[in-house]
Design a protein around this ligand. Structure first.
Ligand code: ACO
Length: 325
């Protein structure tokens, strides 16, 4: 008995910000951002918008495509570090927004690896026989945590949500395995001190730098490449799947150079790697499910294909899921 993703959905905030627009606000250029990261634009939260609403929109799309009524869900698992509250969890707010009550709903906080972690937790609980139908969401709004005067971080992040509906079924298809890792020793490569303070790009009040996202970009870059390569090899090895049999990798979309370096080390051509970082920036836990939804829509994924999801992010955390679609 395993768990299978039967449908996907995604949603973003309304406001699209191009590199050119950022270059009018801070000392950067479209050329710098494109060549260093592959990012051309991102969607960011404006005042009055709620990430829970955006996650609910992505969830409703996935539920509708799955032909599953929200009332049929047994639990909600959300990968996020962007709850508007210290508590309650984002998942509890989403449960209420979807008009549900009593089913368990909880967050998994693993920053950019949030969705890969949440999918692994969801799969384990379904294998244990606890749930039949589960909603797994990745949602983040890191644009609300950057200092918009800090060009080294402000250009990197975008906001959004992706959702998948998973069902428990006796099938060869579904999640074949997941591997998760973390290393708290590297906590200070990427962190935000004050999770309770939010400022959107259009807000008058600017976040003070001490409360904003802090990042050691070049160190993170090297560790991200190494760890994503390593975890991808290990998850495939454990499932006895040769890497060349993988039809598509849907990686965390942090930086095109990281994605390309990992693919190259794994010996996989560009046709086997899905990228959309150019249009979304780094949406943290939302990046993998948004990319997965676009890959399905673009018919890059077919029934019975072997698909790998992988990610690395603050914590540090990293992980991968191997799926027979
Ligand atoms: N525009 C113009 N110049 C900039 C900008 C900007 N937006 N940001 C930084 N710079 C400058 C710096 O001030 C520095 O200038 P200096 O050399 O005069 O001091 C210079 O650019 C640094 O340039 P590089 O060393 O060439 O930068 P690098 O190639 O390391 O790229 C980057 C920086 C993009 C941050 C890269 O290190 C990176 O992507 N790291 C990973 C970060 C990441 O992805 N974080 C997301 C979360 S972790 C994850 O998801 C895996």
């Amino acid at each position: 008995m395993g768990s299978r993703i039967v449908a996907t959905g995604r949603a973003t905030p309304r406001t699209r910000v191009t590199n050119h627009e950022l270059a009018r606000r801070m000392d950067t250029t479209d050329e710098w951002v494109r060549t260093r990261t592959g990012i051309e634009q991102r969607y960011v939260m404006s005042s009055g918008e709620s990430l829970v609403d955006i996650a609910a929109e992505a969830s409703r799309t996935a539920l509708q495509r799955a032909g599953v009524a929200a009332s049929q869900l047994d639990a909600i698992v959300v990968g996020t570090v962007s709850s508007d509250f210290g508590f309650p969890s984002f998942a509890c707010q989403l449960q209420h927004r979807l008009g549900l009550d009593t089913i368990p709903a909880f967050d998994v906080a693993a920053a950019c690896s949030g969705f890969v972690y949440a999918l692994s937790v969801a799969d384990s609980t379904m294998r244990a026989g606890d749930y039949e139908r589960l909603l797994v969401v990745g949602a983040d709004a890191l644009s609300t945590m950057v200092d918009w005067n800090d060009r080294s971080t402000a250009v990197l992040f975008g906001d959004g949500a992706g959702a998948v509906v998973m069902v428990r079924e006796p099938s060869d298809r579904g999640v074949l395995g997941s591997l998760l890792r973390s290393s708290g020793a590297y906590w200070d490569l990427l962190y935000v001190r004050n999770r309770g303070v939010r400022t959107t790009i259009d807000a008058e009040a600017r976040r003070v730098n001490e409360d904003a996202i802090r990042m050691k970009g070049p160190e993170l870059f090297k560790i991200a490449v190494r760890s994503m390569e390593d975890i991808s090899r290990k998850v495939a090895e454990r499932a006895a799947v040769p890497l060349e049999e993988i039809a598509l990798i849907v990686p965390h979309q942090a930086n095109l150079r990281i994605i390309n370096a990992v693919a190259e080390r794994l010996g996989l051509g560009a046709d086997k790697v899905f990228t959309n970082v150019n249009r979304y920036g780094n949406t943290s836990a939302a990046s993998v499910p948004i990319a997965l939804d676009e890959a399905v829509e673009a018919r890059r994924i077919h029934d019975n294909d072997l698909i790998m999801l992988n990610a690395c992010g603050g914590g540090l955390t990293w992980g991968a899921n191997l799926i027979r679609w």
